[in-house]
Design a protein around this ligand. Structure first.
Ligand code: HQG
Length: 179
């Protein structure tokens, strides 16, 4: 029996970063042909549907007739998903690792390899995100105030918040060390 978590990680890699690794392509909005993905990673349609439907972070969506599939967020491939622009809550959070602090304090939060900076709605989620990179560190972002100054915030289907850039001045004196 194939391990669904391992398959899901492989699907993330293909649909966000490297479709060419199984010889498939993404269209301009990130959609891949479902049957081509299934053939490329040798899983059943049922397994794929189970992964899409049960993924804890709703990482993937099918189109209406399930002929296409895409990742909902996290891409490095240059596609354009039209996320709804949304009014953010007063504060959002970004979990990172302590080792990135000097660079972040100098340059602000940048999308790095991805298309957007990813923000979380609460500190706990941000800590989990930060732990993926090392000793976690959480920035509290005054999202509402930024939006009022013209910065645009989007929300992916799973609730992850996205924006293009958080300049360093919005991070000043509001960083929280996580022990
Ligand atoms: C850091 C996961 C140096 C940034 C998560 C982060 C998320 C800088 C790292 C989603 C920097 C990029 C995305 C700067 C930002 N200098 N480092 N100027 N600006 N960074 O993985 O936000 O489970 O691309 O702080 O839950 O960690 O995959 O982004 O630490 O929602 O579905 O550069 O991926 O979702 O790392 O994670 P990432 P992220 P999944």
């Amino acid at each position: 029996m194939q391990n669904p978590t391992r398959i899901s990680k492989l699907i993330s890699k293909i649909l966000r970063h490297k479709p060419e690794m199984i010889g498939i392509t993404l269209d301009s909005e990130g959609w891949a042909d479902t049957q081509a993905l299934i053939a490329g990673i040798q899983i059943s349609q049922e397994m794929l549907e189970e992964i899409v439907n049960t993924d804890a972070k709703q990482r993937y969506s099918f189109n209406e007739d399930k002929s296409k599939i895409r990742a909902n967020y996290g891409h490095s491939v240059k596609i354009i998903i039209h996320y709804p622009e949304k009014e953010p809550p007063e504060f959002l959070y970004h979990g990172t690792a302590e080792r990135f602090l000097p660079s972040i304090q100098e340059k602000g939060l940048l999308p790095m390899q991805r298309l957007y900076v990813h923000l979380s709605k609460d500190i706990e989620t941000a800590i989990t995100v930060g732990k993926r990179h090392g000793k976690p560190y959480v920035f509290k972002i005054p999202a509402k105030a930024m939006q009022e100054q013209g910065y645009i915030f989007y929300q992916a289907p799973n609730g992850v918040w996205l924006t293009k850039l958080i300049p360093a001045n919005f991070l000043e004196n509001i960083a929280k060390r996580v022990d």
